[in-house]
Design a protein around this ligand. Structure first.
Ligand SMILES: [Zn+2]
Length: 279
C-alpha cells in the first residue's frame, strides 16, 4: 500500500536509514565511552553522559564526533600528565580528580551537545551552531590546559583579581604559564576545527570565545564561586569532603556556583561570544 501516493518501501527505507544512523552513532559513542571508562577517564555516570553527548555529535556529522574525541582525548591526556606531581602540589584543594563524572561531562560537553542538536534541527544555520559548539569546547579546553599546565609549571598562583597569593589549584588563581596554556588550549580546538575543514572565521571566533570564557571562569572562581574550609587541616578547598575525610564547610561564594556550574556557564559564555562574532 502507499501513503499519499508514495510507495511504502520508500517510507520504510527512510525510517530504516534514520534508525540505522542513530544505531551506528550510539554504537560508536558507546564504544569510545567504554574505552574511556576502562581507562578510568570516565566513571559510570560519566560514560553514560559521554555516550549521549557523542551520539548527538555523530548524528550532527562525523566531524562533530571527531572534534569531541579530539577535545576529550587531549583533556584526559593533559590531566594524566604529571598527575602525581599535580596531586602533591594541589594537596586536596581541587574539587574533583581522576575519572570524570556525569556532571563534569555535561559541564564541559553540554553546550557542544546542544549545538550539535541545533545543527541537526536547523541545518540551514550550521555556521552559528558550529561557532557555539566549537567555542564552548575551546573554553573548556582553555580552562583545562591552564589549570593542568599552570599547576605543573606555573609556580605560585595569584588571584586574577587583586593579585593576592592563592593556594595551588584554587579556582581564580592564575599564573603566566597558565595564561599561555589557556590560549594554547583554545587554539588547539580551533586548529582542530580548521583541520576538519570548518571555516576560518568560526575558528578565530572560537579562540576569542574560548579564552574569554576561561578568563571568566577564573574571575568567577575568584569571586562568586563557592569556597570551603577543612577545619581539621585548616586549609581552603573546593571539595565537599576533604582528602583527610573531614566534611568541609562553606566560607564564601554562592552554593549554586561550584566547579561544574561555573564550567558550564563559561562554556556557554564562550559559545555565545563566538556566535555573536560570526553573526
Ligand atoms: Zn582536611
Amino acid at each position: 500500500m502507499s501513503q499519499r501516493g508514495v510507495p511504502r518501501d520508500i517510507h520504510a527505507t527512510g525510517r530504516l536509514s534514520i534508525l540505522a544512523r542513530i544505531t551506528i552513532a550510539a554504537g560508536i559513542a558507546l564504544a569510545i565511552s567504554l574505552l574511556a571508562w576502562r581507562a578510568r577517564s570516565l566513571d559510570t555516570g560519566g560514560a553514560v553522559a559521554a555516550t549521549i553527548t557523542g551520539t548527538l555529535a555523530l548524528l550532527a556529522g562525523w566531524r562533530w564526533g571527531i572534534l569531541l574525541v579530539a577535545y576529550f582525548a587531549s583533556a584526559s591526556a593533559i590531566s594524566r600528565f604529571g598527575a602525581a606531581r599535580k596531586n602533591a602540589r594541589t594537596a586536596g584543594v581541587v574539587a574533583k580528580g581522576g575519572a570524570r563524572d556525569a556532571l563534569q561531562v555535561l559541564a564541559n560537553g553540554g553546550v557542544f551537545a546542544v549545538a550539535a542538536a541545533l545543527a541537526l534541527a536547523l541545518p540551514q544555520h550550521e555556521q552559528r551552531w558550529l561557532a557555539l559548539g566549537i567555542a564552548a569546547l575551546a573554553a573548556s579546553a582553555s580552562d583545562t590546559w591552564a589549570t593542568e599546565i599552570g599547576t605543573l609549571y606555573g609556580g605560585a598562583p595569584h588571584s586574577i583579581l587583586g593579585w593576592a597569593p592563592v593556594p595551588v589549584g584554587m579556582s581564580g588563581g592564575v599564573t603566566g604559564i597558565g595564561l599561555l596554556a589557556a590560549i594554547a588550549g583554545a587554539a588547539f580546538i580551533a586548529l582542530s576545527s580548521l583541520a576538519l575543514g570548518w571555516p576560518v572565521r568560526v575558528a578565530l571566533a572560537s579562540v576569542i570565545g574560548g579564552v574569554v570564557g576561561s578568563t571568566l571562569d577564573s574571575v568567577l572562581g575568584a569571586t562568586l564561586q563557592q569556597r570551603r574550609w577543612c577545619d581539621r587541616c585548616n586549609r581552603a578547598t573546593e571539595r565537599a569532603v576533604h582528602d583527610c575525610g573531614t566534611p568541609t564547610r562553606p566560607i564564601s561564594g554562592l552554593a549554586a556556583l561550584n566547579n561544574d556550574s561555573v564550567n558550564l556557564l563559561c562554556g556557554l559564555a564562550g559559545g555565545l561570544i563566538a556566535l555573536a562574532i560570526t553573526g
